[in-house]
Unconditional design. Structure first.
Length: 170
């Protein structure tokens, strides 16, 4: 269950300043993919994104972000007395709304494709799925070129990606 404080944080971050700069940005992020099943430990994912931001007014901007992540450290699982590991790769395209300036909130909604692999006892299985994904986050604009962000992304009904990252604006 999502804590109400997590939902309120991006709104509080929006209280400062004006608009973001318009244009292209590149980013990198890392974090934990957590599955809502006690048999699965978290996987560590890292990824890259490319985005383009359009200001709407002095407190709001819209962006389009394409994001790729991959597991850099597999998660462990145990099922039916057998131990194994799992990993996940994601490819997503999000519409993003940012509000605020030097401190800002972020809400995103889009489509995501995931490729999940698991192996145990010499047997492996792969599965792919696509669907809607959403996220909430906030960031700090360090200067005209650099942002630091934290996000919670619901990538599947039972899986979330909790990440931190940096974005460089051109």
């Amino acid at each position: 269950m999502l804590n109400k404080n997590i939902l309120a944080a991006p709104l509080l971050l929006a209280l400062g300043g004006g608009a973001h700069a318009e244009g292209l940005y590149l980013g990198a992020k890392a974090g934990l993919v957590s599955v809502d099943d006690s048999a699965f430990d978290d996987a560590l994912n890292a990824g890259v994104l490319i985005g383009y931001e359009l200001p709407a007014n002095d407190r709001l901007s819209w962006a389009l972000e394409a994001e790729l992540t991959t597991s850099v450290a597999d998660g462990d699982f145990q099922a039916f007395g057998v131990k194994g590991d799992w990993n996940i790769d994601t490819q997503a395209l999000y519409g993003v709304m940012k509000f605020g300036d030097s401190l800002y909130g972020k809400v995103k909604l889009g489509v995501l494709r995931e490729d999940v692999s698991a192996s145990a006892g010499g047997v492996s299985a792969d599965e792919s799925d696509s669907g809607l994904a959403w996220g909430l986050g906030g960031g700090v604009r360090v200067n005209d070129y650099l942002d630091v962000e934290a996000e919670y992304s619901q990538i599947e009904s039972d899986a979330a990606f909790i990440s931190v990252g940096v974005n460089y604006h051109f």
